[in-house]
Design a protein around this ligand. Sequence first.
Ligand code: PLP
Length: 482
Amino acid sequence: MDSEQLREYGHRMVDFIADYYKTIETFPVRSQPGYLHNLLPDSAPDHPETLEQVLDDVKVKILPGVTHWQSPSFFAYYPSNSSVAGFLGEMLSTGLNVIGFSWVASPAATELEIIVLDWLAKLLNLPEQFLSKGKGGGVIQGSASEAILVVMIAARDKVLRTAGKNALGKLVVYSSDQTHSALQKACQIAGIHPENWRVLKADTSTNYALRPELLQEAVSRDLEAGLIPFFLCGNVGTTSSTAVDPLAALGKIAKVDTSFSNEMWFHVDAAYAGNACICPEYRQYIDGVETADSFNMNAYKGLLTNFDCSLLWVKDQYAVTEAFSANPEYLKNKASEANLVVDYKDWQIALSRRFRSLKLWMVLRLYGAETLKSYIRNHIKLAKVFEQLVSQDPNFEVITPRIFSLVCFRIVPIDNDEKKCNSRNLELLEAVNSSGKLFISHTALSGKMVLRFSIGAPLTEQKHVKEAWKVIQEEASYLLGK
Ligand code: PLP
């Protein structure tokens, strides 16, 4: 690493990125795929090129193919936040470039992660058992998918220690049909028999939450059949419609009402909506989390922390480390052997890991919890504005009650023709996104094609929401021939 080159190039790169943000609204929000192959050479250069050459290519060849997640008119999927503090933390982490797999490999990386995860757990008012002072604790994973896989494997190994290795084919997983596909992936990787995934129909009369009675019935049936209910995934903020499952009632079934001696592992996936729960008025949505064994939330989705940063808390860290620890000779050290320290390599799939806590720490310090709360409240306020605009237009309807900053809506069916309505909404989606003026996404709820307007980009203001609605209305009028 040449310090002077880093200084010079670093300044130029920061200027480049700052200019990108300054002009971000001039780019079409959604890009056109499949163009890059013809623009770049077939093989890597043999000799160094200049930073100018590379940045010119970024401008001319790369940026046209970027979907601008940080655009204030990005309303698709769920947000992925960036901020000055998050950027600086990421920069520092990359600058130090330490690989803190075990405590000794970089003590500050491990210790800061423990502290920052405790800070966040306190902001969320998580039960004490999730804090690091006892058996519990938090860890930063790269994604919610990894978090869910890690706890499923921990739960699987825990139950198999009692039930015996041959019982793998009897293990049953429960969730609602609104649960993110990350759970299905986890089941596949953990070797859960596909016939033992209980995908329970969510309650379509509410906001698509899991009904405890259905869970109870399924668990009872499985126990009678000699199967082993071992893993329940509850949702706080499903991907399609931000449904919130009744955690306390589900936890009761997982922990008390199952007559199997190995009570179920109860995981709560709050990847998106968990962020809002740092605000006291939204904390109610994770009431019942005290019955859970683990809880995950993506700070990169709503807490001004650049990707990647997915937080996972567990009540029993030893369940995780028993499943994930491996201690070859080349990693042995006194601190680990004396059990004095946390070695995060044993809480995750990979060995190596980034110093991600730096960026979360910088976000918390440079902004403070109150700023983060206001930031989240502002997005929810903007979503209310959008929801109202939709409700006032007879051509549209809001499909599910809005809780956080996602609004699910669609063009209403004409003459009860649902099929035509679905294709009309997909046409509207394509027309709106092709305009380049905004980017929204879609989902299906009870067979209905639904448009998702998800607010959470850091630069979004009321004017962007109103402009987006205008484009949606104009495209809809055109489609409806009005
Ligand atoms: N769970 C929920 C509720 C989500 O909304 C998402 C992604 O949007 C995930 C899990 C998967 O997140 P990740 O991409 O971090 O694996």
